[in-house]
Ligand binder design. Structure first.
Ligand code: IVH
Length: 767
């Protein structure tokens, strides 16, 4: 690029960046993702580096944020609020460390590492221990006075803790919204017909910069302190970690994920660890921050124009990026749901190149007004399917058309129906719809289902398109001769597939149930069902009411199961699979192995006029279900505390064939109903949190027979428990499989309870 062209581009970039600065900092309504903004800024920085005379004094590269809004009182910071230099690559981190080592002449350097919170920076000023000013960063030199607003943040101390408070203290930190609080806030906004916030950071910024602090008070803001801006009349710690400790002692929330690490290996290990946990964090973070731990060293390093040389923000890959929608297709899922999919110009986001993004359903498309040809913000977070977040309406080309969902399945042409109360439109073709069949086959053969190695998308496409396979059972009918003709599937791999299918025949009940692909039945539910019924026949015959006794299973899943097994085609496929040799081990629970209080059985049948109290009266009077069923009519009518209506209800309950069938089904699963075992309560749909596992911390070690680690973890978490990787005094249980590691000995040393696989299963099974 020549000089005049560079000058024109720089001017243009400045204008664009300034525009987005205002949208972001003043209006709290950014139009473009941060990654795009960063890209523009980098381009301008590069230009100014190549042509230094273009770096005019008012260039956006020279400032941090934007000037304060008119409406708030400007607040001049005593010490400037600096920004941070960014790094994206490991080499940049190494260069940062090298600069520090060179300057300080030290071998290995200690750093404090912290998450980089995605909120907004504030300065909190305390005089004689009392909060007297709160200010936003503004341009770093002058911020906005938001004292009344920060006072409403529950975790910001209004007065410092302890007796030795400094005369003056300027605390720097981040105001943010936890994800859960953000979700609640947006739900409230929706219910009140107010506009929803795009993300937690915008919501936090919008909430803090309110002229009426009552509004701020109604928003669940949080705060983390991360640095000292200045202090007088107090001895300061020699390290940054010490300063954070001090802040914590003074009453500030300090991030528990902070850590002191050494050298580049320490920094990078920390980065990877936090990146791994990014999705699981209760708040948004966009990277980690490294700070030279030694404060004297910080003095020596000093700062360049906008950022200290002793600190570095190591950013995570951006989760949002801009791209264009080439067209909108409709895809058909395993359960027939039609999903609009945006085909995108390839874009690198969230650490991967993305070409498709889900648009969820028609309502969602309407709400966002997404059209083919639009420039959109795409988001890819963790392993989640990329989605279209929003449209840049001012970039919409002329002549675009509103999207409409088809009335027929685009794959098989069956009618597509919109089920009452559902946002989704479904193809009614079932497994006769090739798209549904393909998805079903892929699911059936997937690693955590029947695990048929090599059964990938390409192969499934051909098997279905050439009509070699019409149901999962057909996979076991394939012969080598059928396969040799397929593209890219030489003699060897066709043999492999036949063998892989044969090998998959020997499976487990949870895997088989999961493999069936019943709507709403994931791995965890499949495991729960297998545990409860022990046999496929017992599961298949189970009535809806029986299914409700399975831990963690609600009305919807129960209905879905009943509907699935009522379908003759599904029963046929299952029968075929068994005939073709798919087998698993079944268990028969010993009768009485699951003792439950009789009163819980009675209350779960909603007998007229029989609540907890009368159910308990019946339990006391008869002692067991058998006794209640065999009792004389008179004995029931004469039960103390029973109203005539309740007695009538119980008598009808005893005769009702459906009820008796449910009781029989539960009995075949080992359930007996007796008196005096109040603590063991029957399973109900309270699900999560109601189990013996809820609130307990588990550590897994060694190999389990019936579950993979992940499966065991899911089971525990589904019941409200937690899985940790290291044993401590706080661990409730260590589950030890075959060849346990050192965790077992540590558990024994600490006196933590150890469960073998059998005891673990029993515990999971307890409601
Ligand atoms: S330290 C001199 N620590 O990042 C050091 N900043 O680009 C100044 N931020 O606006 C900042 N988490 O709001 C620091 N753990 C953390 C941070 C953090 C988020 C933000 C801060 C600032 C921006 C700097």
């Amino acid at each position: 690029m020549n000089r005049p062209a560079a000058e024109r581009r720089a001017a243009e970039l400045r204008r664009i960046i300034e525009h987005h600065n205002r949208r972001y900092y003043q209006d709290d309504a950014p139009e473009i993702p941060d990654s795009e903004y960063d890209r523009l800024l980098r381009e301008l920085m590069d230009l100014e580096e190549r042509f230094p005379e273009l770096a005019v004094p008012d260039s956006p590269t020279r400032r941090v944020g934007a000037p304060p809004l008119e409406k708030f009182t400007p607040y001049p910071h005593r010490t400037p609020m600096l920004s941070l230099s960014n790094a994206f690559a490991d080499e940049e981190v190494a260069a940062f460390d090298r600069r520090i080592r060179d300057r300080l002449g030290t071998a290995a350097v200690d750093y404090t590492a912290e998450p980089k919170f995605d909120g907004l920076a504030v300065s909190l000023v305390y005089e004689d221990g009392v909060l007297v000013h709160g200010a936003t960063r503004g341009d770093g030199i002058t911020g906005e006075e938001v004292t009344a607003n920060v006072r409403t943040i529950r975790t910001v101390p209004l007065r410092l803790l302890g007796s030795a408070v400094p005369r003056f203290l300027d605390v720097r930190g981040e105001v943010l919204l936890f994800r859960q609080d953000f979700a609640n806030l947006n739900r409230a906004q929706r219910e009140q017909g107010e506009k929803e916030f795009a993300n937690p950071r915008n919501a936090a910024a919008g909430s803090l910069r309110q002229l009426d602090s009552h509004v701020t008070a109604s928003r669940p803001l949080s705060f983390f302190a991360y640095a000292l801006g200045g202090a007088e009349g107090m001895e300061l710690p020699a390290t940054h970690a010490g300063a954070l400790e001090l802040l914590s002692d003074l009453g500030f929330p300090v991030c528990p994920e902070r850590r002191v690490v050494t050298g580049v290996p320490g920094l990078l290990a920390y980065y990877r660890e936090i990146l791994d946990r990014r999705e699981a964090m209760p708040y948004d973070i966009d990277g980690v921050v490294y700070k030279l731990n030694d404060r004297a060293g910080q003095e020596i390093m000093g700062a360049v124009s906008r950022a200290p040389r002793w600190a570095l923000a190591h950013k995570f890959p951006a989760q949002e990026a801009l791209t264009e929608i080439v067209r909108i297709d409709v895809s058909v899922g395993r359960t027939g749901v039609l999903t609009p999919v945006a085909r995108l110009k390839p874009v690198f986001v969230g650490g991967a190149t993305v070409t498709n993004a889900t648009l969820h359903n028609e309502d969602e498309i309407r709400r966002k007004d997404v059209r083919a040809g639009d420039t959109v913000v795409v988001r890819r977070a963790g392993e989640v399917i990329p989605e279209v977040v929003s449209v840049l309406l001012d970039r919409r080309p002329p002549g675009t058309e509103e999207f409409r969902m088809p009335d027929l399945c685009p794959v098989c042409g069956s009618t597509a129906v919109r089920l009452p109360g559902e946002a989704a439109v479904r193809c009614t073709g079932g497994l006769f719809c090739p798209a549904q069949l393909k998805q079903s086959l892929l699911h059936f053969g997937s690693r955590r289902a029947l695990d048929i190695e090599g059964l990938g998308e390409k192969l499934v496409d051909q098997l279905v398109d050439r009509d070699l396979v019409r149901s999962p059972a057909d996979l076991y009918r394939l012969r080598r001769e059928d396969l040799v003709l397929l593209d890219r599937l030489g003699d060897l791999s066709s043999e492999n597939l036949v063998q892989a299918a044969a090998k998959s025949r020997d499976t487990t009940l949870p895997r088989f149930i999961y493999a069936l692909g019943i709507p709403d039945v994931g791995e965890t539910t499949a495991g729960d069902l297998a545990l409860f019924f022990g046999s496929l026949d017992r599961l298949m015959e189970a009535k809806r009411e029986t299914l409700r006794f399975v831990p963690n299973i609600g009305a919807e899943v129960a209905a879905s199961l009943v509907a699935f097994f009522a379908e003759p085609h599904n029963r046929q496929v299952i029968a075929d699979l068994r005939r073709l040799g798919v087998t698993w081990e079944e268990t028969t629970p010993g009768s009485g192995s699951r003792r439950r209080p009789l009163s819980r059985l009675l209350t779960s049948f909603a007998i007229p006029e029989v609540g907890d109290v009368r159910a308990e009266a019946l339990e006391r009077r008869f002692g067991s279900l058998e006794a209640l069923l065999e009792a004389e009519e008179r004995e029931i009518r004469e039960t103390p505390g029973l109203s005539p209506g309740a007695a009538e209800g119980v008598l009808r309950f005893r005769k009702d064939p459906d009820t008796l069938e449910v009781i029989g089904q539960l009995g075949r699963c080992g359930h007996t109903w007796t008196a005096g075992i109040a603590e063991e309560g029957a399973a109900d749909d309270a699900g999560k949190g109601s189990s013996a596992v809820a609130g307990k911390t588990f550590v897994l070690t060694g190999t389990l027979n019936g579950f993979t680690r992940d499966e065991a973890k899911e089971r525990i978490e589904a019941r409200g428990g937690r899985v940790s990787t290291s044993v401590s005094k706080k661990t409730d249980y260590v589950v030890a499989g075959a060849d346990p590691g050192s965790k077992l000995s540590k558990a024994q040393a600490l006196g933590v309870r150890v469960l073998d696989e059998g005891a673990f299963i029993t515990l999971l099974d307890l409601p």
